[in-house]
Design a binder for this molecule. Structure first.
Ligand SMILES: Nc1ncnc2c1ncn2[C@@H]1O[C@H](COP(=O)(O)OP(=O)(O)O)[C@@H](O)[C@H]1O
Ligand SMILES: [Mg+2]
Length: 265
């Protein structure tokens, strides 16, 4: 039998609601993420995927609902606060500082200070470079020099740096919102390999993608949102065609596993 700690989800969101004016972006969503699991989050445009993940990463405060991290009730008041509690959101490559090199980007916001003279900190570049090199090696990311400016990298390499950066903070949970959007097919495969590598190394991951084949390839389980509600929460299995048909049926509202019985039945 598994120890009890392992049975407790890393993340549990309960009855999360969020409105923007008259728009009910999230209408009471439950989501659990288990240890070392890759959870795919899918749904049509405006289904509420990004909003739900912004709630989990502290960018939005929900109107209602609770979040538990490893069984303990959490209050995530802003992204820094969520990060301190082990929640990392990978934004697309625009979150990187293009004029800085790879190592500086990986360490952005948590630069290693060698000596501190009052308010003046001298950053330890050698240490940051070494750490970045070993991180990229460990994640099998192919970038020739950590001293390259990020603006010189390809889209796929930039996404890899953004993902590597998220792992550098000892995250419990890594959230990726459309990490393969706007990448070439070869670059998409590399990002998916990186997701598999992170899982192999013990990470727990939530991945949003409008590319159902991405979700199919890397996810253990999938949640489908439609109009701010969860309509499906199932293991990813079966062949790709069956999977695609099933997901589309949920996305367009032809299937719904959580719909309350209406008076009409
Ligand atoms: N900051 C915001 N202000 C107003 N409306 C928003 C905001 N963020 C999201 N919405 C609305 O909430 C709904 C869900 O959006 P979003 O979570 O971005 O969907 P998805 O990521 O699934 O495409 C949409 O109707 C969207 O227009
Ligand atoms: Mg979105």
């Amino acid at each position: 039998m598994k120890p009890i700690e392992e049975a407790i989800p890393v993340v549990e969101m309960r009855n999360i609601k969020k409105n923007f004016g008259a728009v009910q972006a999230l209408r009471g969503i439950d989501l659990a993420l288990h240890h070392n699991e890759v959870l795919g989050l899918v749904g049509d445009n405006a289904a509420g995927k990004s909003t739900l993940m912004k709630v989990l990463s502290g960018a939005y405060i929900p109107d209602e609902g609770e979040i538990f991290l490893e069984g303990k009730k959490a209050h995530l008041s802003n992204p820094m606060d969520a990060r301190r509690q082990g929640i990392e959101m990978v934004y697309q490559d625009y979150a990187l500082a293009n004029n800085l090199d790879v190592a500086a980007n990986v360490f952005l916001g948590r630069e290693v200070v060698r000596i501190r003279l009052g308010p003046i900190g001298v950053m330890d570049h050698r240490h940051m470079e070494q750490e970045t090199k070993s991180l990229l090696n460990r994640l099998k990311i192919d970038i020739s020099s950590v001293r390259q400016k990020v603006e010189r990298l390809s889209g796929g390499q930039r996404q890899a740096v953004a993902i590597a950066r998220s792992t550098a903070f000892n995250a419990k949970v890594i959230i990726m919102d459309e990490p393969t959007a706007a990448l070439s097919v070869a670059a998409i495969d590399k990002v998916l390999d990186l997701v598999r590598e992170l899982k192999a190394q013990g990470s727990s991951i939530i991945i949003i993608s409008h590319r159902l084949e991405d979700i199919y390839q890397v996810s253990d389980r999938m949640i489908v949102l439609r109009q701010g509600r969860k309509v499906s929460d199932t293991p990813v299995e079966g062949d790709i065609h069956e999977f695609r048909e099933r997901v589309v049926a949920y996305m367009i509202g032809a299937r719904d596993d959580f719909r309350e019985k209406t008076v009409a039945g």
